[in-house]
Design a protein around this ligand. Structure first.
Ligand SMILES: *Cc1c(COP(=O)(O)O)cnc(C)c1O
Length: 361
């Protein structure tokens, strides 16, 4: 058996019925973490996979049929001085409510989101499903650090007509994750696929946006690249995002540029945090349009940002038959510095002067 989705045993489920949210914590099949680690691989994978099945939920629903759904992604990070803390969950709570409203669903209340997310992490930790800090992570500025990934998402109620979801479920699952990208060289391909169009859903963390992402990324991987980069739908000229991350260009002039938000760009919380931290460092940070030509000619360092990606360098960009290599193909000093800063705060190595962490255990 090849692949296990190893979700932790406690999951949260709520549904909007009779005008209110009714939440519950479900305990899926498990042993102790030590007993699970001692199982033979096939049995362990079977047990872990079994936690992903819910036989009391509708198969034919507005999500499985039409992709009507949205999600969030955030992390509980093992702290240097012990326990787990979540990075800026209030921002995810607000964005989740905006996404749901954008999809004409009843928004999940922000205080319920905070409670569901922290309780799910806490209850799993009480069963022993948690992670501990490892000081080896400091050696590569947390490029390979582990965390508990938290995935809140909506799922449609049963139905087959093309309708809005008025009684959606909200679920929260957690799973341990390691680095999303491998350290080292990472070439990116500018794709001709279009992720988001004006007046569309690009600003919503909508599941349907990920169809194009998955297609474009697999094309890029097949062609030997690690990541793909999107241009805007109208002029086919301005850079928008990486495959599922925001993107930054540290120019030779010393200016840090990231595409300005609009309805085709997802307002990343990592993006906002990097902008704020870079301004604190005295950098000129601009949220503005950046054309592919400017990016290829003027960039000193480029990186993508997101909860999964952290701040991951892109060491080259290939567009049509042109390739621009940044910083001789190596990760640049600014990229390392900003990752050190944000990851240092997230893992409790640097002081959390902005009050961005919510300690869970
Ligand atoms: C989630 C996401 C991001 C990153 O957002 P963070 O809040 O930083 O994790 C960027 N782009 C897209 C398309 C996303 O879905």
């Amino acid at each position: 058996m090849a692949f296990a989705l190893n979700t932790y045993p406690i999951t949260y489920r709520s549904q909007f019925t009779d005008g209110k949210w009714s939440g519950e914590y479900l305990e899926k099949p498990h042993k102790t973490p030590e007993e699970e680690a001692a199982m033979n691989a096939d049995d362990r994978v079977r047990l872990e996979n079994s936690r992903n099945y819910y036989d009391d939920m509708p198969l034919v629903n507005y999500t499985s049929q039409y992709g009507l759904a949205c999600f969030e992604g955030l992390k509980a990070l093992p702290q240097k001085n012990g326990g787990l803390a979540i990075f800026r969950p209030d921002q995810n709570a607000a964005r989740f409510a905006r996404s749901m409203t954008g999809l004409c669903m009843p928004p999940f209340p922000e205080e319920l989101f905070m409670e569901a997310v922290t309780e799910t992490v806490k209850r799993n930790a009480q069963l022993g499903f948690t992670l501990k800090y490892n000081s080896d992570w400091e050696k590569d500025s947390y490029m390979t650090a582990d965390s508990v990934y938290i995935r809140p998402f909506t799922m449609g109620e049963g139905g087959i007509g093309v309708n809005l979801s008025i009684e959606p479920y909200v679920m929260v699952i957690t799973t341990p994750v390691s680095a999303y990208f491998k350290p080292g060289r990472s070439d990116a391909l500018v794709t001709d696929k279009i992720r988001a169009t004006p007046n569309g859903t690009g600003w919503i963390k909508a599941c349907s946006n990920y169809v194009i992402s998955a297609l474009a990324k697999s094309e890029a991987l097949k062609a030997g690249y690690m990541e793909c980069v999107y241009l805007d739908a109208t002029d086919r000229k301005y850079i928008e995002e990486g495959s599922s991350c925001n993107i930054f260009f540290y120019l030779k002039s010393g200016e840090l540029v990231t595409p300005e938000l609009g309805d085709t760009i997802l307002p990343g919380i990592t993006r906002a945090s990097i902008i704020e931290l870079s301004r604190d460092k005295g950098l000129k940070v601009s949220e503005r349009k950046i054309s592919i030509d400017e990016a290829m000619e003027e960039t000193k360092e480029c990186f993508v940002s997101g909860t999964a990606a952290g701040a991951t360098p892109l060491t080259s960009l290939t567009y049509k038959d042109k390739k621009a290599v940044f910083n001789d193909g190596n990760e640049g000093d600014f990229t390392v510095d900003i990752r050190d800063t944000i990851k240092g705060i997230q893992y409790g190595k640097l002081p959390d002067t902005k009050g961005w962490l919510v300690q869970v255990i």
